[in-house]
Design a protein around this ligand. Structure first.
Ligand SMILES: Nc1ncnc2c1ncn2[C@@H]1O[C@H](COP(=O)(O)OP(=O)(O)OP(=O)(O)O)[C@@H](O)[C@H]1O
Ligand SMILES: Cc1ncc(C[n+]2csc(CCOP(=O)(O)O)c2C)c(N)n1
Ligand SMILES: [Mg+2]
Length: 329
């Protein structure tokens, strides 16, 4: 199968028979896609790559990869409070393996359909396996939730059960047993992350600042603090408020569960800050979405380091590991 047949066969838009959305003039097939500018909206654009050996192991289920390649990008849209529109797929593959491509496309379009994203273009090349997606979304003008909005006195919140993906990776590496009660759930979190789009959208005008946890909760929290305007802000994280118990109930050794939760990465949960007055609304939102939302700390203005952990016995400690870094020396 040649390059052009491959595109036509695997990546012709399965939603093509559906009505064309208002933001799209022209999708796959020309030199570039054409989008319609919509008044009252801002365009959100992000890109993320998955590289074999770095983000996933050789032999990983291609259907899961298709899902995850898009999900990690939609997660960045969620973190802005945006709704997905189109996406571009840059695919680099060592060979045109039809079984691999069929499964990859199935996972990709399952995620696309679930979240209303349309494939509008891309590029296909031969080389070491790598998947790059550029995702587009839209948000009502002025309502995107930026990293820079953290305010003194804010609560710090996180969605879901961060730490599961890192525990799943430990299962995959053979460091934890696949027979642990939580192993199935952890592997699912690693392979098929759920971008928190509904939460992100509903947090508009409620959250002051937000990002998605891709590198690790503490590392990403530091990114949030670094983006905020002076005065220097500190996040005090209460260890007793972290959603650690479900990881331990799943069979993770407590110390490992703690590290996975605080610094594991690959979780794609949303980390956000909001005023204490918004607590009731946020709790209600979690119930409506059937998504755990944990209030894990607060923002203070001091001369302390950017992140302080308050241990269950009241001791204040500084975190040792923060998160994933591709170029850590
Ligand atoms: N090579 C690059 N050139 C220009 N900008 C970049 C480059 N790499 C990253 N950025 C920008 O730096 C910022 C932080 O990027 P980063 O990749 O850490 O985002 P993230 O959402 O924290 O993580 P993830 O990659 O897991 O989505 C983003 O605004 C991104 O667009
Ligand atoms: C085989 C294998 N090794 C390591 C990891 C863990 N991992 C890789 S990249 C990353 C952070 C996000 O990356 P980025 O910042 O590029 O989005 C994490 C936590 C994995 N998933 N698979
Ligand atoms: Mg992000």
């Amino acid at each position: 199968m040649n390059e052009f047949a491959l595109i036509e066969h695997f990546f012709a838009d399965p939603a093509a028979h559906e009505p064309t959305p208002p933001w799209l003039r022209l999708g796959i097939g020309d030199d570039a896609a054409l989008l319609v500018e919509e008044s009252g909206w801002e365009t959100v654009i992000t890109c993320d790559t998955l590289v074999e050996g770095r983000h996933f192991l050789a032999g990983t289920d291609p259907e899961a990869l298709g899902w995850k390649a898009l999900a990690v990008n939609l997660s960045d849209l969620a973190a802005m409070g945006a709704v997905p529109t189109g996406f571009l797929l840059a695919l680099t593959l060592p060979e045109a393996d039809e079984a691999w491509l069929t499964a990859f496309a199935r996972g990709l379009f399952a995620c696309a359909r679930r979240h209303g994203a349309r494939l509008i273009g891309g590029d296909t090349t031969r080389g070491p396996r790598a998947l790059t997606i550029t995702a587009l979304g839209r948000v009502p003008a002025g309502e995107a939730i930026l990293r820079s909005g953290v305010r003194e006195g804010d609560d710090v919140w996180v969605s879901g059960r961060p730490g599961r993906a890192a525990l799943g990776l430990a299962v995959r590496f053979g460091e934890l047993s696949p027979n642990l009660p939580g192993a199935g759930e952890w592997l699912a979190a690693l392979d098929r992350p759920e971008p928190r789009l509904a939460l992100g959208r509903r947090l508009r005008r409620l959250a002051h600042a937000m990002l998605d946890v891709s590198d690790g909760l503490l590392g990403d929290l530091r990114h949030l603090l670094e983006r905020s305007a002076p005065p220097l802000l500190t996040a005090e994280i209460e260890v007793a408020r972290l959603p650690l118990a479900p990881l331990i109930a799943g069979g993770a050794p407590p110390e490992r569960a703690r590290t996975a939760l605080l610094a594991g990465g690959d979780d794609y949960e949303l980390l956000f800050t909001a005023a204490p007055e918004s607590r009731d609304r946020i709790i209600l939102l979690g119930k409506e979405l059937d998504l755990p939302l944990s209030r894990i700390g607060r923002i203070v203005s001091t001369e302390q380091p950017p992140i302080v952990l308050i241990e269950p016995d009241g001791r204040r400690t500084l975190p040792e590991v923060l998160g994933y870094d591709h170029f850590r020396p």
